[in-house]
Design a protein around this ligand. Sequence first.
Ligand code: GLU
Length: 424
Amino acid sequence: MSNLSYANAEYGPWKTFLEQVDRVAPYLSEDLSKYVDTLKRPKRALIVDVPIIMDDGTIRHFEGYRVQHNLSRGPGKGGIRYHPDVEINEVMALSAWMTIKTAVVNLPFGGAKGGIRVDPRTLSPRELERLTRRYTSEISHIIGPQKDIPAPDVGTNANVMGWIMDTYSSGQGHTVTGVVTGKPVHLGGSLGRVKATGRGVFITGYEIAKKIGLSLDGAKVSVQGFGNVGSEAANLFSEYKSKIVCIQDHTGTIFNADGIDLEGLHAHVAATQGVLGFAGAKQIDNEDFWDVETDIIIPAALEGQITIERAKRLKAKMILEGANGPTYPEADDILVGRDIVVVPDVICNAGGVTVSYFEWVQDMSSFFWTEDEINERLDKLMIQAVADVWNCAADNKCTMRTAAYILACERILRARKERGIYPG
Ligand code: GLU
């Protein structure tokens, strides 16, 4: 159990993370397991007040965070979330999952995450820019290309990253493209970054489907979340002739047993900002999403979606965790008992941070790659990483989640051991 005074370990995503660490501990060698407590607390957690002048002249205060969970293997890496539910417990867990994720795919980074408790849809573009710039200035002393590199997450996008880059650069007196990834392409961003997470979800799903003998041709797929991740994953599954039967987003849930026409849906979402009301599907209750007859479920929204109760009900052969932390540990146990394969978040959605790494490398060398080069390198890296996780799970007779944690924790704790505990 955590003894951190500022984080309640009795509930929420941080509790989920601690339980995941407890599950991997028995698999670690003795010389490494004595360092495991290093994962049970973040290295550094910053809480900042972000006051801004609203368009109507009033002043509002927002609470912002940047947590660096572990820096043993390199600078912190991880997104910035703008969402009304953001709080320290969640940001700590999200930063910890980044530590595991960068280590599973062997990127030279630690794990970090940030966020502001705000509903970005309620702010004007100018208010959003002021919020982002003030937040950046408040966290600017702990971020940097060799310290901690933010990126987009739920509620943020390339424009927000552009403002972060510009604000940080103003403080430094010169342009520092490598301080943040997921930037607009003409500001040092990488081709392929926007679609990278969804692409990685598809690639890992494709690889594991082959292993379990699930043909994608005609397979039924349900997707929760139709943002960056869910929509691109749906596009790729549909290119491989799977049927996207059910989609849920913040506006509601739509269903079509014959498969939803994605081209039409994209046009509808561009016009109305949500899937609800799309003529090519019928609306169903949000809770009924978990009862749909389907082969693959892709939770690609927020954490804490697959509860014990939903794990008992859902009908799927495979779950692809596009979101971070969508499944509770106790629900994981039920899915194992039901022979439902889970491709865990820390490998399944690692495509985004992998192309973030490529972006950071390109910024460092001021030499930019083609989209084909990026996708080729991404595919190769993800295929290898998911095969390593699959083989590790087979060798240890454990879930792919525990296997991913074994591979990651060995790398992180070895780095910790070799660096030593200062002052020794
Ligand atoms: N927010 C994304 C994630 O959870 C991307 C992080 C990054 O690119 O640094 O993996």
